[in-house]
Ligand binder design. Structure first.
Ligand code: PEP
Ligand code: MG
Length: 323
C-alpha cells in the first residue's frame, strides 16, 4: 500500500491553503526503524520504549538499553526521536513483573506512577537514554501525567540523572528536550506553569478519549461508541490547543486517530500541526492533506459546531466528497 504513495514520500504535507502539517511516525522496536526512511516521516513522534521490555524475559540492563537506544538514534540519522519512558501496567504487563491485582488497571498503577514509585527503573532508563545520546539531542517524553507534580518530579529526576552522568565524566547529549503526554483530561486544566515547563506536548488520544468518555479502549462493547469527532471531544482538543499556544509549547497528536485520514484532517484544521502515526498511514493522510484547504475545513468545522450537531463527521465527510 505504501508504494501507491511513494512519490509523495519527499513532499511536504501542505494543504492548498499553504498550511504545512509535520508528519511523524510511531515506533517501538528496531524493526520499525527502516520505515522512517521508507515513509518519509520527519522523525519518531512516539517511541514506545515498553515494547523492548515486553519482548524480554528479564529487565534489560542499562548497557543493553543504552546500546539499543544508540542504534535507534543511529538509524534515525539525525531525525528527532521522542522517547517515551516506560508505560507499563494497564494493558501492558511485563512477563517478569508481579501481576498487580487491580480492579481497574487502566486507572491503576501504570506508566509514570510506576516510574515515580519504582525510581530505580526510571533512573536506569534515563541513564541509558543519556548515554545513548552522546553529542546528539535527546527528547524524553513522560507518559500518563495526570497533574503537574508528577511532571515536576519526573523532570527533576531527569535533571538529577543528567548532572550525575556529567559528574561521572560521560559525554552529554548536545541538547535535551523534555515533554509530557497529555492523556488525562485533568492535564488540560493544569496550571500554566505546567505548560511553560514543557518543551513539547503530545496528545495520547487513545487514553485521552477513553478517559474523556469513560469508555474502555479495550472493551469491544464500548470502544467505538463515541466518535472522536464528537463536538465535546473537539472542545477538549481546543482547550489543549489554546493552552499550548498560550505557553508557546509545540503540540502533537500521537494516538491511533492521527493515522485516520478524516480525523487527522480535523486535528490539523483545529490547529494541531504535528501528527504522529503508524508509518503506513503517512502516505494516505499526506495525500488527503495536499488536496484540501485546511483553512476552509476549519470554517466547515466551526459551522458544524455552531449548528449544534453531536459530531462534525457528517459535514466534514460531505465537504471532503466535494473536494
Ligand atoms: C495514547 O494513549 O494515545 C498513546 C499514544 O499511547 P498508548 O496507545 O501507548 O497508550
Ligand atoms: Mg497512552
Amino acid at each position: 500500500a505504501q508504494d501507491r504513495y511513494a512519490d509523495l514520500r519527499d513532499q511536504p504535507a501542505t494543504g492548498t491553503c499553504g498550511t504545512t502539517i509535520q508528519m511523524f511516525m510511531n515506533a517501538g522496536l528496531m524493526a520499525d526503524l527502516p520505515s522512517l526512511e521508507g515513509s518519509g516521516a520527519e522523525g519518531v513522534g512516539l517511541f514506545r520504549t515498553e515494547l523492548q521490555f515486553l519482548v524480554r524475559s528479564h529487565v534489560p540492563r542499562r548497557a543493553e538499553l543504552a546500546g539499543l537506544y544508540a542504534r535507534v538514534m543511529d538509524n534515525a540519522q539525525g531525525k528527532p526521536v521522542m522517547f517515551r519512558t516506560l508505560d507499563i501496567g494497564s494493558d501492558k504487563v511485563l512477563p517478569y513483573m508481579k501481576p498487580q491485582d487491580e480492579p481497574n488497571p487502566a486507572m491503576g498503577w501504570r506508566a509514570i506512577r510506576v516510574g515515580l514509585d519504582k525510581r530505580g527503573v526510571l533512573r536506569m532508563q534515563l541513564q541509558a537514554l543519556i548515554r545513548a545520546s552522546v553529542g546528539r539531542p535527546l527528547h524524553v517524553m513522560f507518559p500518563f501525567i495526570a497533574d503537574i507534580t508528577e511532571y515536576e518530579a519526573a523532570h527533576r529526576i531527569l535533571m538529577q540523572e543528567m548532572a550525575r552522568e556529567q559528574r561521572l565524566g560521560h559525554s552529554m547529549p548536545s541538547d535535551i528536550r523534555v515533554g509530557a503526554m497529555l492523556e488525562t483530561p485533568s492535564l488540560a486544566f493544569a496550571p500554566k506553569r505546567f505548560f511553560e515547563m514543557c518543551d513539547f506536548i503530545s496528545i495520547g488520544g487513545n487514553d485521552l478519549k477513553q478517559f474523556f468518555f469513560a469508555a474502555d479502549r479495550e472493551n469491544e462493547r464500548v470502544r467505538r461508541r463515541y466518535d472522536t469527532l464528537n463536538v465535546s471531544f473537539l472542545s477538549m482538543l481546543r482547550q489543549i490547543i489554546a493552552r499550548c499556544a498560550d505557553a508557546r509549547v509545540p503540540l502533537s497528536f500521537c494516538g491511533e486517530d492521527a493515522g485516520r485520514p478524516v480525523e487527522a484532517l480535523v486535528f490539523a484544521a483545529l490547529g494541531i500541526h504535528r501528527l504522529s502515526m503508524r508509518p503506513a498511514s503517512i502516505g494516505p493522510v499526506k495525500h488527503l492533506i495536499r488536496r484540501i484547504s485546511i483553512v476552509e475545513l476549519a470554517r466547515v468545522i466551526e459551522e458544524a459546531e455552531a449548528e449544534g450537531l453531536t459530531s462534525v463527521r457528517g459535514p466534514v465527510t460531505a465537504w471532503l466528497a466535494r473536494q
